[in-house]
Design a protein around this ligand. Structure first.
Ligand SMILES: NC(=O)c1ccc[n+]([C@@H]2O[C@H](COP(=O)([O-])OP(=O)(O)OC[C@H]3O[C@@H](n4cnc5c(N)ncnc54)[C@H](O)[C@@H]3O)[C@@H](O)[C@H]2O)c1
Length: 256
């Protein structure tokens, strides 16, 4: 897919992986809608890349519809990337013997899994309305962000792992459904990537160092720019479809 002269929408683009993705897609010639709850960060990113910020809650039908409508208004919508997400650490039964909160579980599933589905379905419907972009009849590409936690699970992060596993589970059925529309679907599973999701206090640095220990090579956190580069590669490579791609420096999460 040639990005020049196209429209793209990136959820979670006010920060971290989504921000880096929005920058890469804009540099490749796409006009990007920055869809995020965070107005300050979203406006900053949109201004810097010549895109448009639309305040968006990925859990809301109306909100995502409005953001997709804005993206599809001027140019054909060819790319939708879901990076909006929240982390959550809570055990099934905690050390005091209390069960995991159902409200927090529901919230994490709602933002990470349902929010991803919400953007995918609405963006695909908009892509269907465009003309084919090439001789294959391709109309668009959807890239979702899961996590290595969605493949192998992460200790103490049951709700998060479940939400990310759900995104992996949607990949093949969505790609098959959307083949009729000429839309490819891909899922990236990042390992440990340096973004604001880990916070900025001194504990955050300690936490990040601990997380990075099992990385195989290169022995460091990944960067958001490397994630953006992967998204662009997947979008531009027309034969990539229905695949779940680890992006993790070879890390395998340990039980403790
Ligand atoms: N950083 C990592 O190591 C890592 C690893 C694996 C997976 N991921 C996943 O990558 C995605 C991006 O993470 P990040 O590290 O860039 O985090 P981040 O916190 O820097 O960015 C997430 C963005 O999502 C937005 N957001 C949250 N809830 C939203 C909602 N309901 N509607 C719209 N926007 C919302 C936030 O405002 C924020 O701008 C997340 O889904 C995360 O789970 C990150």
């Amino acid at each position: 897919m040639d990005l020049n002269g196209t429209a793209a929408i990136v959820s979670g683009a006010a920060s971290g992986l989504g921000e880096a993705t929005a920058r890469v897609l804009a540099a490749a010639g796409a006009t990007v809608v920055v869809a995020d709850l965070n107005e300050e960060g979203g406006k900053r990113v949109a201004d810097e890349i010549g895109g448009q910020f639309i305040v968006t809650d990925v859990t809301s039908e109306e909100s995502v519809q409005a953001a997709v409508d804005a993206a599809a208004a001027a140019r054909p919508l060819r790319v939708a990337v879901s990076c909006a997400g929240i982390g959550w650490a809570e055990r099934t039964v905690n050390r005091e013997g209390s069960p995991h909160s159902l409200a927090s579980y529901t919230r994490v599933i709602s933002v990470n899994l349902i929010g991803t589905f919400n953007l995918m379905r609405i963006a695909a419907a908009a892509m269907q309305k465009t003309g084919p972009a090439d001789a294959d009849g391709q109309r668009g590409v959807i890239v979702n962000t899961s996590s290595v936690a969605g493949i192998e699970g992460q200790t103490g992060q049951l709700a998060y792992s479940a939400s990310k596993g759900g995104i992996i589970g949607m990949t093949v059925p969505a790609a098959r459904d959307l083949s009729a529309v000429g839309v490819r679907v891909l899922t990236i599973c990042p390992g440990i990537i340096d973004t604001p999701i880990y916070g900025f206090n001194e504990n955050a640095e300690e936490f990040k160092a601990k997380l990075t220990a099992p990385v195989v090579f290169p022995k460091r956190m990944g960067t958001a720019a490397e994630f953006g580069h992967l998204v662009r590669s997947l979008v531009e490579n027309d034969y990539m479809n229905a695949e779940v791609i680890r992006f993790d420096g070879g890390i395998r999460f340990q039980p403790k």
